[in-house]
Design a binder for this molecule. Structure first.
Ligand code: TPP
Ligand code: MG
Length: 524
């Protein structure tokens, strides 16, 4: 179809033209009758690649993976309240990961709403739960401005959701004005950065906790300079949305998931500088354990938070500490190249982690939803060739496979390795079809322990001695065991099953040289 520029367009075309001008390149969609004008507009206003997800949680999880990789929004196109509702769990993860992401949700024509037709739903009540910016676009005249404002908001690492009624999508606009907006972060608080510097000059009793953009390359490099100048230890929250990692970068220790480990690790410090990171809290409320991990007596200074320029703040802090001549200053804070050696014998979660660390190629994108099977992986990775890692930032399981698909679309030349727990995989496994359809370079390492193992661990922690049949029914996945090879092949993804470390090493080494998606079931 003919491309439309500077001539009459309908609302749907105005939306896409505005999105294209703002730099949006991909739309993860699952549309219906209401969004037909938008579907047509993808052809009449070309510039956005459309990707079909067979469940809305795949669309939103893929948009999350895309946004985490590029720090630029992808858009989703979703159908009414029910479509959006299906996507919310992974939007929740995206919100916690500070992912830029734009949702467009089709709704009934404004004149049809009063009829209370079957799909009618309070969509705004849903959008508010995950979006920092949302609007019901009920005028075609303000549509471009609305979309531009929504996209601008996403660039702070947030979600915007726009509801667009069918008649607004269809309505013609004569000589539409297509709006673009300049984006800037809010400036950081210099006084607070100076307070942070003062704490850090006192030496190793002050630690730094990094979050958000501080875990991207520029932030980490500045963190390395701060560590070199002061000797401070560097931490990140338990589930960072995105971080660069590997030889040459400073080591950042993730705060342990279980509160005892976290409190033990952090209780030695007198003070903390939080850079783009919220104060760490326990994942759940455990009786007798405080919600906040840091004690009241431990001093805290936060910089680069919210809409502020986190990278500017950390770089400024590194600059003012440069000549601080601290007694704990370090000569070299970059980790050196170090791969573990290959294990042998029957596969265990620990050995699987070592095999991955021994093999993963430079530039790999690691999507970690391995839950209990991946507990020993992260400490092995500080000296690996440089890579990046994404984790389940919002704790809502079913993010891994879609996130891997989105990451592979964002970075087609990089190998994506999704370390994927079996129970979590079963929430959004349709993502395998999208991986096959788009020929994405994703290797799924399926951790087949045939249970919700984390719940067994939590039962033990809660001191439950034995569990009855009803509990077993709700945490075991072995009767029947899921046939992962058949499932993957059914979606068009070549698959194999391994039960030894040697078998995994051979299979992983092989599939990483072949283009397209693969799944390896690791029997654990
Ligand atoms: C959307 C959502 N539903 C349910 C849960 C509760 N939950 C957390 S982990 C888990 C099971 C994890 O099992 P699996 O993915 O197989 O990992 P494993 O514990 O076996 O390592 C469940 C049900 C959750 N976190 N999110
Ligand atoms: Mg499991």
């Amino acid at each position: 179809m003919e491309e439309k520029v500077g001539q009459d367009m309908n609302g749907a075309e105005v939306i896409l033209k505005t999105a294209i001008l703002a730099g949006i390149k991909v739309c993860f969609a699952n549309a219906g009758t209401t969004e037909i004008p938008l579907l047509c507009a993808f052809d009449s206003v070309p510039g956005i690649k459309t990707v079909l997800g067979l469940f809305e949680g795949v669309c939103t999880g893929a948009a999350d993976g895309y946004g985490r990789m590029l720090d630029m929004p992808a858009m989703t196109l979703l159908h009414h309240g029910p479509g959006f509702a299906n996507g919310i769990a992974n939007l929740h993860n995206a919100r916690r990961a500070q992912t830029p992401l734009l949702n467009i949700i089709g709704d009934h024509a404004t004149w049809h709403r009063h009829a209370d037709a079957p799909l009618t739903m309070d969509i705004e009540a849903l959008t508010g739960s995950v979006s920092s910016w949302f609007k019901n676009c009920d005028s075609v005249e303000t549509l471009s401005k609305d979309i531009a404002n929504g996209i601008n908001e996403t660039l702070y690492g947030r979600i915007s959701s726009l509801i667009v009624p069918h008649d607004i999508q269809m309505k013609d606009v004569e000589h539409p004005e297509v709006i673009t907006k300049e984006f800037t972060f809010e400036s950081f608080d210099i006084g607070e950065v100076e307070n942070a510097a003062q704490l850090l000059r006192k030496g190793r009793n002050t630690a730094v906790i990094l979050g958000g953009r501080a875990l991207r390359r520029r932030g980490l490099e500045a963190a390395g300079r701060i560590r070199a100048a002061t000797g401070c230890d560097l931490f990140a929250g338990s589930f960072p949305g995105f971080m660069e990692r590997g030889a040459g970068l400073p080591n950042v220790v993730r705060i342990p998931y279980f509160p005892e480990g976290a409190i033990e690790m952090l209780s030695h410090y007198e003070a903390f500088v939080l850079i783009g990171a919220k104060e760490p809290v326990t994942f759940f409320g455990y009786d007798g354990v405080p919600s906040f991990i840091l004690g009241k007596e431990q001093k805290k200074v936060s910089i680069g938070m919210g809409k502020e320029d986190t990278v500017g703040a950390i770089e400024y802090l590194a600059d003012i500490l440069k000549n601080s001549k601290n007694k704990d200053a370090m000569v070299n804070v970059a980790t050196s190249l170090n791969r573990p050696s290959m294990p042998t014998g029957a596969l265990t979660p620990e050995k699987a982690c070592v095999v991955v660390a021994a093999i993963q190629p430079e530039n790999a994108i690691i999507v970690d939803e391995g839950i209990t099977s991946v507990l020993t992986y992260y400490p092995l990775t500080a000296g690996l060739p440089q890579h990046c890692i994404m984790t389940i930032a919002g704790g809502s399981i079913g993010y891994g496979m879609p996130c891997a698909a989105g990451a592979a679309i964002a970075c087609p030349d990089r190998p994506v390795i999704n370390i994927q727990a079996d129970g979590s995989a079963l929430y959004t496994l349709q993502a395998l079809w999208t991986q096959a359809r788009e020929s994405l370079n994703v290797t799924t390492l399926l951790c087949s322990n045939r249970s919700y193992n984390i719940l067994k661990m939590e039962f033990e922690r809660a001191g439950v001695k034995s569990s009855g049949q009803n509990v077993q029914t709700l945490i075991e996945l072995d009767k029947p065991a899921v046939d992962w090879v058949k499932i993957a092949e059914g979606f068009g993804v070549p698959a194999a099953s391994v039960d030894t470390a040697e078998g995994l090493a051979v299979e992983l080494g092989r599939v990483l040289t072949e283009p397209g998606p693969h799944l390896i079931e690791m029997i654990l």
